[in-house]
Write a protein that binds this ligand. Sequence first.
Ligand code: FNR
Length: 413
Amino acid sequence: AAIYRAGVFGHRPRVPVEPAALEAAARRRMSARAWSYVAGGAGQQRTAHANAEAFARRRLVPRVLVDVEDRDLSVEMFGRRLPAPLVLAPIGVLETVHRDADVAVARAARRLGLPMVLSSQASVPMEQVARALGDSPRWFQLYWSKDDDVVDSFVERAERAGCEAIVVTLDTHVLGWRTRDLDLGYLPFARGEGIAQYTSDPAFRRLVEARVAAAYRPSEPTPRPTPAAASALLAMSRRYPGRTRDNLRSPLPRAAVETFLDVFSRSTLTWSDLARLRARTTLPILLKGVQHRRDAALALDHGADGLVVSNHGGRQVDGAIASLDALPGVVEEVRERVPVLFDSGVRSGADVAIALALGADAVLVGRPWVYGLALASDDGVRAVMEHVWAELDLTMALCGVRSVDELGPEHLA
Ligand code: FNR
């Protein structure tokens, strides 16, 4: 209501409210490479388009003459009451978007009181992001490394950094066929961006040091390692995001990038491996990237505490089902035994309302706040999320519902 009232009195918002205008403004601000990486999907972009199309196909059916003066958007999740069913999705490599990167996102999340999901591929080590978050809620997103020590170390660091859940992303054990990035010759990690979580990690550093000690030859010619190069690796993690490229000139950081590429994921992972993670932590474990309802059933069999229905924003399997179309089957399978979260294609509060009506318990927002970050750092992230939140509140009011629980399939055509 406050945002709307300000608009009535001529206040211009910090970033465009209309999703297409927000995207266009961010595109003008971002480098071609950053734009390609953030906005792009896999292959011919079919699934990225399908995500949007699936929302366009759904229609809410508003109800009238319900007293909706007092509305409560809060939801209970893993022992916390969240002020709205909104979560900031894990997004890696943010230093390509804005130099404040993850720290800006943390500041915005803290002001909003919404959970931030810290990415394994963050541009800033999680300890630093945790400081910016204060005591605001945070979850850690895990890419399950090929190296057990790195997995254990990440989980332990996440616990110490106050994370309240582990979100295991399962749909990216190999990177999708990112046509736009390939055409630009741009694979961000190979340049050293988005690996701060690794270079700041003791288990990972041991791997790099072992590689250098074993007569390491970088895949491209670079000078031999010097003592200075060793300290450059440490510096890499501490320096401000965006500086990693300069550090790449020395061979030890290059060894770090090559080690990262070798160990960042594990394609041999199967359901039985989840027990190992379960034994490592008492935190709730969410599985992100579930689309098939049989996988939802298997996830419950293997003790998952929550699911995130997601196709990674259409960035992995071109031609995969729209995430919104996968949602009802998973919801039906889960039958409210664990929370079902949703992402991929959400661009507005009305989109959030549709996903909630289809049975999601909360929604992760991805690209829209990245565009806000590009335009206005933490203020931009916050403004985008406030716009989504406000539109959700108004949409619920206009559909005649007072709480997230009341919104259901009966509000869809
Ligand atoms: C992502 N996503 C992602 N997911 C994850 O688990 N770990 C990560 O590091 C990243 N990194 C990442 C970078 C960029 C630039 C994008 C756009 C996405 C996926 C993300 O969490 C979420 O699933 C999608 O962004 C949802 O789709 P929309 O809402 O962006 O369309």
